[in-house]
Write a new protein. Structure first.
Length: 293
């Protein structure tokens, strides 16, 4: 279910339980916080978040009060967010969002992945994310955000996280690219990257084209792996277009194979930074070595 994140919508979602499957979930905390941000409800923000809220978006200052000082910019632009997917792994919530009237973020309409850490006291403590302009032309004929949203196979979460890491390491980091068919379904693979068509053939064609241009993606390190059931998000660092990039890849698994992929790619800026926290630091306990722990 798609959710527009205003304070009123967050309240309604809390009341209906649409953001959570049980009372132990931290999704309602994150939904309410994001709704408060967009509504400019600073009292609720202060109630839900730590004063030393840590920010990894390089263009937003760290700390809750400096963040609050930027809210009038979002309100003046009329910025809104539509939550497409929301998942939970331990004390992390990871989301797939569309931002509209998002000129403060770089374009009128943006797609993002956002990660929020909630601390042991139930307070919003830390944020990571990546954004890119929402594409209107997609090679597969899909969009960057459509497709299934329902979580299934909770008992396979760790196995699916291991599957995603193996794909990234073997194929995208070049350890053993020939094993791609061990991970990606040859029967059905839905692609949402704007430049790549559906199926294994779409991947092969894209790789050949990028390689011929001398511009193939080069993943160098996986910083985080988060999963809930049949969905897994990996956060990686690498090179593309002559710059260092953050690669956020969301995979959907079915019967032990990857059957769908969404992503956001954001260049890592080196100038005009509002904080020095870095886009990849702070992912304690959720790296590839954490799987199964």
């Amino acid at each position: 279910m798609k959710k527009t994140l205003t304070a009123a919508a967050a309240t309604a979602l809390l009341a209906t339980g649409a953001l959570a499957d049980d009372t132990a979930s931290i999704k309602p905390i994150v939904g309410a916080f994001l709704g408060a941000v967009l509504q400019g409800d600073v009292d609720t923000m202060r109630e839900l978040a730590n004063p030393d809220y840590i920010q990894h978006n390089p263009f937003i200052p760290t700390g809750l009060e400096p963040f609050i000082e930027l809210l009038p910019v979002l309100q003046e632009a009329g910025t809104t967010a539509e939550n497409i997917r929301m998942f939970e792994d331990g004390n992390y919530v990871f989301m797939h969002n569309i931002w509209r009237n998002a000129a403060p973020f770089g374009a009128d309409t943006m797609v993002s992945f956002d990660i929020i850490r909630v601390d042991e006291n139930g307070k919003v403590a830390e944020h990571w994310g990546a954004l890119q302009p929402l594409a209107t032309e997609i090679a597969s004929g899909r969009s960057q955000t459509d497709g299934p949203t329902e979580v299934t196979d909770l008992d396979r979460t760790e196995a699916n996280k291991a599957l995603a890491v193996a794909l990234v390491q073997d194929v995208l980091m070049g350890r053993d690219p020939a094993r791609i068919t061990d991970y990606i379904s040859a029967e059905s693979y839905a692609q949402h990257n704007p430049m790549i068509a559906d199926g294994l053939d779409g991947i092969v064609a894209a790789v050949e084209q990028l390689t011929a241009q001398g511009n193939m993606f080069q993943y160098t390190e996986i910083h985080a792996v988060l999963g809930e059931g049949n969905f897994v998000l990996t956060v990686s660092e690498g090179q593309w277009n002559g710059t260092t990039n953050a690669f956020y890849d969301l995979f959907r698994m079915e019967d032990g194979m990857i059957v769908e992929h969404w992503d956001v790619i954001q260049p890592v800026p080196t100038e005009g930074l509002a904080n020095d926290n870095g886009m990849f630091t702070g992912f304690d306990g959720v790296g590839p070595d954490s799987i199964g722990q």
